[in-house]
Unconditional design. Structure first.
Length: 241
């Protein structure tokens, strides 16, 4: 999976340029851009586009031109979805996480991971009613993408990807100290996986709600199988500003 460092704001501008180039120079792109990433691993940024009930992938070549890949994903409906790119089975081939509002009409979101396998995308449904869209992280540091978020009842939801293309729960990673703090998630906050103190180890940042205000929590990895809430990390970061 490709990550763009927050230390280099030009990376965001570069991606914005690529997307605008795809829209205005290549009129054949129809639909709404859902995500971007190097899907075919040729070091050029590709684009995932929702066109009604389909997700289509457009590869970019060395001339900056986009062309539709042979594979697309049938979403089953034209309802708007959000997408994220990750490697959920560790084969170094990008897969796609798709989230959408619950199709049953119930409040909340549902998510499906589409794993690229044998020249097609295999859907793996995450059977949970979610409060919001999931975030892609590497919780156990094995190089395979995992998903983290919250259920509709505000309890933590954590699933590890694996080479077997199955997911397993990892909520216990946040109970390493034996006492799980009460986390009230701030709705519509995209929880992050980023190194905020420069020690080359990414922290998990949750947006939480305290007294109707957004407060961020930083969870630091203390072992391969555990994270711990570290209040001082965010405090020291604020002091630098």
């Amino acid at each position: 999976m490709w990550w763009f460092s927050v230390k280099y704001p030009w990376s965001t501008l570069l991606i914005f340029y690529v997307i605008m180039h795809a829209i205005y120079v290549n009129g054949k792109l129809k639909g709404r851009i859902c995500a971007y990433g190097d899907i075919d691993r040729d070091l050029y940024t590709d684009i995932i586009v929702q066109d009604h009930d389909r997700l289509k992938i457009y590869f970019q070549n060395e001339n900056g031109e986009f062309f539709e890949a042979g594979q697309n994903i049938n979403l089953g409906s034209s309802h708007t979805v959000s997408c994220a790119v990750g490697d959920f089975n560790g084969d170094s081939v990008p897969d796609i996480l798709v989230s959408r509002k619950n199709s049953s009409g119930q409040k909340g979101y549902e998510s499906t991971v589409y794993i690229f396998s044998y020249n097609t995308y295999k859907p793996v449904h995450l059977n949970a009613t979610l409060l919001d869209e999931l975030s892609v992280m590497d919780v156990n540091g094995d190089g395979i993408s995992d998903v983290v978020g919250f259920l509709n009842n505000s309890s933590l939801f954590c699933q590890l990807g694996s080479a077997s293309e199955n997911f397993s729960s990892c909520e216990h990673f946040f109970n390493a100290s034996g006492k799980m703090p009460n986390i009230v998630p701030y709705e519509h906050f995209l929880h992050s996986f980023v190194d905020i103190n420069g020690d080359l180890s990414a922290e998990i940042i949750f947006g939480t709600e305290i007294n109707n205000r957004l407060k961020m929590q930083a969870w630091k990895r203390i072992s391969k199988y555990g994270f711990e809430l570290k209040i001082l990390i965010l405090f020291n970061l604020l002091l630098e500003f």
